[in-house]
Design a protein around this ligand. Structure first.
Ligand SMILES: Cc1ncc(COP(=O)(O)O)c(C=O)c1O
Length: 377
């Protein structure tokens, strides 16, 4: 927008604060407007509210700087993901995670059933499976770490293999966030986010985005947004940018809390397995260290108890909220298999835990109290 800043010279912590500001003018606004217009006077580059507005542009600039590409915001993460699938020819072939985010896998299963697309569902963290599935595929759709198994895909290797096979490579970067990895810099064509989560960070809006660094892809995705109409509201875009201002700080704190809690949970006799790439015992630790700049703030752990007790445990917490979603300032957990659409490869006793920015001792005490309230000893 208005500033004359060399963004590449700034660290993420500074980018999030400075990006997407209006031009400097005496008494000019520091923040972009909530641009409430369905239409504009004729003669300009936008023309109509479904094609763009100032509140979107400000948020798009901020995410573009964070991810190193050009951003298009959408009404939700799913809308952005759906726009990437619309790039495929009818009956095209896509490779995707068998146990990735259930919204995506459910949509893909449906498209597969209707023969709109053919989906090769595989275990993405298994690089050999990805390499075997590639020949003849049109799109490699990646998610790393996977949600909710928190397994790390070898992004540098599979992105490069996917490109060599002529696939369009898409990465859902929602869980890792741009503070931890930048898929476009690793060679992906498109990076998508549920902006609903860490980028906006306050569990008060739904929003998504697709980021690309190729003009023709940008134009195709923009056309899909323009004519399919899955557009963001200006207020949501404004709130998301307000959230982005503290994204780096929130993410740093959440990551520290997650590291500490994963370490403690791993030693707890009531827990059979902790999935968090920051633990040196995690099977994906070395892989994560090789290309990620952190380990994220999502933990999944398996509890040695009956499902009913685990549900009671999740319901008993006072500070941690028993709910779906992730990436907000508040800690949220849930037993993922309570959803019928969750992959059956996810154990029934697995709790997905989005670690927030609260005091870590308070969180630990809440976990202990919740175990006790559910009679898990
Ligand atoms: C990894 C991932 N991608 C995409 C989505 C979908 O985002 P939204 O709920 O904003 O549509 C989610 C939602 O939980 C998610 O966890």
């Amino acid at each position: 927008m208005g500033q004359n800043i060399n963004w590449k010279k700034l660290a993420t912590e500074s980018q999030v604060v400075a990006a997407g500001r209006p031009e400097k003018n005496p008494d000019g606004a520091l923040n972009p407007p909530i641009a409430l217009n369905s239409t504009f006077h004729e003669g300009g580059p936008i023309g109509y509210g479904r094609y763009g507005n100032e509140a979107w542009s400000a948020l798009e600039e901020a995410i573009s700087i964070l991810e190193g590409g050009q951003t298009l915001i959408f009404s939700s993460g799913m809308a952005a993901i759906s726009a990437t699938f619309s790039l495929l020819p009818p009956g095209g072939t896509i490779i995707a995670a068998e146990n990735g985010y259930q919204g995506t896998t459910t949509m893909l299963k449906k498209m597969n059933e209707l023969k709109q697309l053919y989906v090769r569902f595989i275990n993405l963290p298994d690089t050999e499976q990805v390499l075997k599935a590639l020949p003849g595929a049109d799109m490699l759709y990646l998610e790393s770490p996977t949600n909710p198994a928190i397994e790390v895909v070898d992004l540098p290797k599979v992105i490069s293999a996917g490109k060599k096979e002529g696939c369009l490579v898409v990465v859902d970067n929602t869980l890792a966030t741009p503070l931890v990895q930048n898929p476009l810099q690793l060679g992906a064509d498109i990076c998508v986010h549920s902006v609903t989560k860490y980028l906006s960070g306050h569990s008060d809006i739904l929003l998504g985005c697709a980021v690309v660094n190729n003009k023709s892809l940008y134009d195709r995705i923009e056309q899909s947004r323009r004519y399919e109409g899955a557009i963001a509201g200006p207020f949501e875009a404004w709130l998301a940018l307000r959230g982005v201002r503290t994204f780096a700080l929130r993410m740093q704190r959440s990551q520290e809390n997650a590291m500490e809690l994963a370490t403690r949970l791993e030693k707890d006799k009531r827990v059979s397995k902790v999935r968090f790439p920051g633990l040196s015992s995690d099977p994906y630790h070395e892989r994560a260290k090789s290309f990620m700049k952190g380990f994220g703030a999502m933990i999944s752990f398996e509890v040695k108890a009956e499902v009913s007790q685990i549900d009671k445990m999740c319901n008993s917490s006072k500070l941690i909220t028993n709910a779906t979603s992730l990436g907000g300032v508040e800690s949220i957990w849930e037993r993922r298999r309570r959803w019928a659409t969750e992959s059956h490869t996810i154990p029934k006793n697995l709790i997905r835990f989005s670690v927030g920015i609260e005091n870590v001792e308070d969180l630990w005490a809440d976990i202990q109290d919740s175990f006790s309230a559910a009679g898990i000893n």
